[in-house]
Design a protein around this ligand. Structure first.
Ligand code: MG
Length: 252
């Protein structure tokens, strides 16, 4: 499948889908506290998205049963919201969600602290967030996907973390998942050339220990192989002519 370049009008539509996605992530994050269930957080996100005349784009995709993937501690991605998953003081929780509006998709993720967390957990969250922006600095026309990938990988590995390889970022547009793949590891100067009008989701998934992961028997939840913590940040962006990317998943 070829990479689809978007027109200015399409990027405006994606900005609106991105705004709704970012606001839904914001309200979901504001609901994170000890004692709340991951299903309650999911419901808050779904109601926000629906209030904007949009639809949760994860719901039903490949059979996923919820609006958000909500992954706690050693869970990397694809955690299924449940009334029985109650957040506890000291947990970290990754929320990944998106919205589709007028045929265009947004996708974003962030990891939140539940009450007071350890310094080590905070450092993992901070490094993962920073690595996203380090990657986005490379997301300029003329560079290649591998420039983003390598920037994320080097930043995280230099700080002692494992970079998940089994799951990667992706193109976004009329479908939630389009070409090209956007790995968080790789060599600079390799992969697809970045062109104005490309819209991609960059999403570092970073582990405290090994990069290796397992899937739980629920068929969805991805966990770290060594049981250590994992964090995840994601923006949907557009490649521009301006020498820096446009982040589409900003809340306003
Ligand atoms: Mg994504």
């Amino acid at each position: 499948m070829a990479v689809v370049l978007k027109t200015r009008k399409e990027i405006e539509l994606m900005r609106e889908a991105g705004r709704i996605s970012a606001m839904a992530l914001k309200v979901a994050g504001e609901a994170v506290r000890p004692g709340v269930s991951t299903l309650e957080i999911d419901t808050i996100a779904r109601k926000y998205i629906e209030s904007q005349g949009a639809k949760p784009n994860f719901l039903g995709l490949y059979g996923f049963p919820a609006t958000a993937c909500i992954s706690i501690n050693n869970e990397v991605i694809h955690g299924i919201p449940s009334k029985d998953r109650i957040l506890k003081e000291g947990d970290i929780v990754s929320i990944d969600l998106g919205a589709v509006k007028d045929g265009y998709h947004g996708d974003n993720a962030a990891t939140f602290a539940v009450g007071q967390i350890s310094d080590e957990a905070q450092r993992l969250i901070d490094t993962t967030r920073e690595s996203l922006y380090v990657g986005l600095k490379q997301a300029v026309a003329g560079n290649r996907i591998g420039d983003i990938s390598n920037a994320v990988q080097v930043y995280c590995e230099e700080r002692g973390y494992g970079v998940v390889q089994d799951f990667v970022g992706h193109g976004v547009g009329k479908s939630l998942h389009e070409d090209p793949s956007v790995p968080n590891f790789g060599s600079p100067g390799r992969g697809a050339r970045l062109l104005p009008g490309m819209t991609i989701a960059v999403e570092p998934m970073i582990n405290q220990g090994t990069w290796q992961v397992n899937q739980l028997p629920d068929g969805w939840t991805i966990v770290t192989k060594d049981g250590k913590l994992s964090a995840h940040f994601e923006h949907t962006i557009a490649i521009t002519n301006d020498g820096e990317c446009m982040i589409l998943t900003l809340p306003e």
